[in-house]
Design a protein around this ligand. Structure first.
Ligand SMILES: NC(=O)c1ccc[n+]([C@@H]2O[C@H](COP(=O)([O-])OP(=O)(O)OC[C@H]3O[C@@H](n4cnc5c(N)ncnc54)[C@H](OP(=O)(O)O)[C@@H]3O)[C@@H](O)[C@H]2O)c1
Length: 301
């Protein structure tokens, strides 16, 4: 999802990009990664590969989440440095901040208290990656730095029934309920937790902005700074999709942290802020979902 958005953003600005799918280059394979950087003269890397998923996937496959995310970061950052990459922008995530981080979450809360248990494996791997960038910059003077995106959504998202994030899961469930004429959709938990969502095209724009800075922060949040309750989000998605039935909650299911919102002061101070409002973003994402459905190309992994 992020990689495609970056390629779109680069294309509209007239930049060339070199991309590799996982089939063409497995970043967990150190030799193949070294070979790629040796063979291609890469100037700038935007590192958006990763093993990604929601709470279910994270807590079911922690071994794969740590192994794959750690090896991808380790192999890519080191090979990029060895082969003279001038700039490396690593993507972390605001999920790697401590479970009890003060809200809104500032960059300074990293590693100040224990991590959220459900995504500890993913968080540890991501923290290792961003710290590698920080240390390579500190010791070797390489311009390697990191961005922490909040929850993302947009074209190319994963609509897997169990492994997807909340936004695509809601889009799919409301769409299916509308098509089946179901009168009610139940959402997990109380619906009261508040979360923040950034359209992936805004993220791409923010990342290119960071790459334009001469002295970017080692680590900076990229979000909207605005949160919404899960019930409000469900209402908005239902409206956009055209589901007119009832939305109910299931308080027997876990809620997670009550509020998760990024402190956007640092990113705003560099002169960037998000532009796509939530309703417009959801409308555009739903149109993309419908087009993919029509083409039999909805992503399910
Ligand atoms: N989505 C979010 O809400 C969110 C929020 C914060 C941060 N992020 C971060 O942003 C980055 C991109 O996320 P995304 O949502 O765009 O996820 P995504 O759509 O699943 O993209 C991840 C990409 O990484 C590729 N990949 C996985 N393992 C690989 C490997 N061993 N070698 C090479 N490529 C590999 C995947 O290939 P396959 O398709 O073949 O698996 C996929 O193309 C990740 O680092 C993620 O942690 C995402």
């Amino acid at each position: 999802m992020v990689g495609s958005a970056i390629v779109r953003a680069l294309a509209t600005r007239g930049f060339d990009s070199v991309t590799r799918s996982r089939d063409q280059l497995d970043l967990c394979n150190q030799q193949a990664t070294n070979h790629f950087f040796a063979e291609n003269k890469i100037e700038t890397v935007i590192f958006c590969a990763g093993r990604v998923g929601g709470i279910h996937a994270n807590s079911t496959y922690p071994a794969e989440f740590i192994h794959e995310n750690l090896s991808m970061a380790l192999n890519s950052i080191h090979a990029a440095w060895q082969h003279g990459v001038r700039r490396f922008l690593y993507l972390g995530s605001t999920c790697i901040y401590p479970g009890s981080a003060p809200q809104p979450m500032a960059e300074s809360c990293l590693l100040t208290s224990p991590l959220e248990k459900t995504n500890e494996a993913y968080a540890l791997a991501k923290i290792a990656g961003l710290k590698m960038c920080e240390f390579y910059r500190q010791q070797y003077g390489a311009m390697f730095h990191s961005a922490m995106p909040t929850n993302l959504y947009g074209p190319g998202d994963n609509y897997h029934p169990e492994n997807s994030h909340v936004m695509p899961a809601l889009i799919r469930r409301f769409h299916e309920a509308k098509e089946a004429g179901t009168g009610e959709v139940m959402i997990w938990g109380t619906g009261t937790p508040r979360r923040e969502f950034l359209h992936v095209d805004d993220l791409a724009d923010g990342l290119l902005h960071l790459l334009s800075l001469g002295d970017p922060p080692d680590l900076v949040n990229v979000g909207t700074g605005v949160d919404v309750s899960i019930l409000e989000l469900a209402g908005l998605v239902a409206e956009v999709v055209g589901f007119a039935g009832k939305i109910t909650t299931d308080p027997s299911k876990p809620d997670g942290t009550p509020v998760k919102r990024t402190d956007m002061s640092l990113m705003h101070s560099t002169g960037w802020q998000a532009k796509i409002d939530l309703r417009t973003g959801i409308e555009q994402t739903y149109q993309d979902f419908l087009a993919k459905l029509e083409a039999g190309a909805v992503r399910l992994a």
